[in-house]
Design a protein around this ligand. Structure first.
Ligand SMILES: [Zn+2]
Length: 287
C-alpha cells in the first residue's frame, strides 16, 4: 500500500489547502496521513462556538477529526506545539509555540513520524508558508531539515525559487512536494478586489493577509493535480472547520475566489529535483 504524508501547521491547512489531492489519493487506496504541527490554539473563534469545548485547541482538534473522516485520512498525528499566530503577535514568543521551537527539535519530531509511517510522498508548506504564516514557514524549513538529517540530502536554492538537492542519490527518501498557489489568479485578484471595495493588503477574516505581497512570492509549479471530482468532498471537509470560516460574512468576490481555486491543486516538487524543461506532472507518485 502506498503512503502519502501531509505535514502542515494547523487544523484546517489540510482542507483549505490541498484537500482535493488528499481526498483523491485517500479514496483511491493510498494511506494518507496528516502530521499537524499545532492544534490551532491561536485561531480566532466566535465564543458561542466554544460551547462544550474546554478551549480553542480542543474545538479545532474536533474539527480536524471531522475533516479527516470526510477526507478518509488513515491517521492524524500531532507534533505537539502551540499555534504561534500571525507574525508579530504575542503568541509568537510563547516558549511552547512552533515559532519558538528549535529547528532541529521540530525536524526530529518529523523524522519520528517518517520512520513510523514510511511515506512514499511527503507534502508540506511552500517556502513562503502560502500566505506568510510563521508556523507554515517553520514547518517548511523543519521538513527540509528532516531530509538533511535523515537522508543526507543537501539542499540548494536555485535562482528561480526551486529547492534542488545536490545529492540525487537518496533512493530511500520520500518524494517531497510543497503545496502552493497559482500566482496568476492572485495577481488578477489584487487588481480586481479594489473594484469591489476590498483592500487586497488587508484580506481575510482578520484582515492580516497582504495579497499584494503574496502575489509577488513566486513558487515554480511543477505538478498540477486534477481534483475536480473531489471538490464537493473538499468543501465538506472545509465545512468541518466551521470556527475558521465565516462565509456568511464574506463578500461574493471572496467566495468566488475560493471556488475559482477548486478543481486543480498545485505543487512544487523538491525531491527528486525538478529539471528545467521537464513537463508538468499530473500526480505525486512519479507514475
Ligand atoms: Zn495554517
Amino acid at each position: 500500500m502506498r503512503t502519502l504524508l501531509a505535514i502542515f501547521a494547523h487544523p484546517d491547512d489540510e482542507s483549505f489547502g490541498p484537500g482535493g489531492t488528499l481526498a483523491k489519493y485517500a479514496y483511491n487506496g493510498v494511506a494518507v496521513h496528516y502530521v499537524c504541527g499545532t492544534r490551532g490554539e491561536a485561531g480566532t473563534v466566535d465564543p458561542e462556538r466554544l460551547n462544550g469545548y474546554p478551549d480553542v485547541g480542543a474545538l479545532r482538534t474536533a474539527e480536524l477529526m471531522c475533516a479527516a473522516r470526510v477526507l478518509r485520512l488513515a491517521g492524524v498525528h500531532f507534533l505537539g506545539y502551540r499555534d504561534s499566530g500571525m507574525a508579530g503577535t504575542e503568541s509568537n514568543s510563547l516558549p511552547e509555540s512552533l515559532h519558538a521551537a528549535p529547528l532541529d527539535e521540530v525536524a526530529g519530531r518529523i523524522i519520528e513520524h517518517i520512520e513510523r509511517l514510511r511515506p512514499d510522498v511527503i507534502i508540506t508548506h511552500d517556502p513562503f508558508g502560502g500566505y506568510g504564516h510563521p508556523d507554515h514557514i517553520k514547518l517548511h524549513r523543519a521538513t527540509l531539515r528532516a531530509y538533511e538529517l535523515r537522508y543526507g540530502v543537501e539542499w540548494t536554492l536555485e535562482a528561480d525559487g526551486r529547492w534542488v538537492s545536490a545529492r540525487q542519490n537518496a533512493p530511500t527518501a520520500p518524494r517531497l512536494y510543497f503545496a502552493t498557489l497559482p500566482k496568476t489568479l492572485l495577481k488578477w485578484a489584487v487588481r480586481i478586489l479594489p473594484l469591489f471595495g476590498q483592500n487586497p493588503r488587508a484580506f481575510g477574516r482578520n484582515g492580516d493577509i497582504d495579497l499584494v505581497q503574496i502575489a509577488s512570492w513566486d513558487v515554480p509549479i511543477t505538478t498540477r493535480i486534477d481534483t475536480r471530482r473531489y471538490v464537493a468532498i473538499k468543501q465538506q471537509a472545509a465545512d468541518c472547520h466551521a470556527s475558521q470560516q465565516s462565509f456568511g460574512r464574506r463578500s461574493r468576490i471572496q467566495r468566488f475566489l475560493f471556488r475559482r481555486n477548486q478543481g486543480t491543486e498545485y505543487f512544487c516538487r523538491a525531491l527528486p529535483s525538478y529539471r528545467r524543461g521537464e513537463p508538468l506532472e499530473t500526480g505525486l507518485f512519479g507514475d
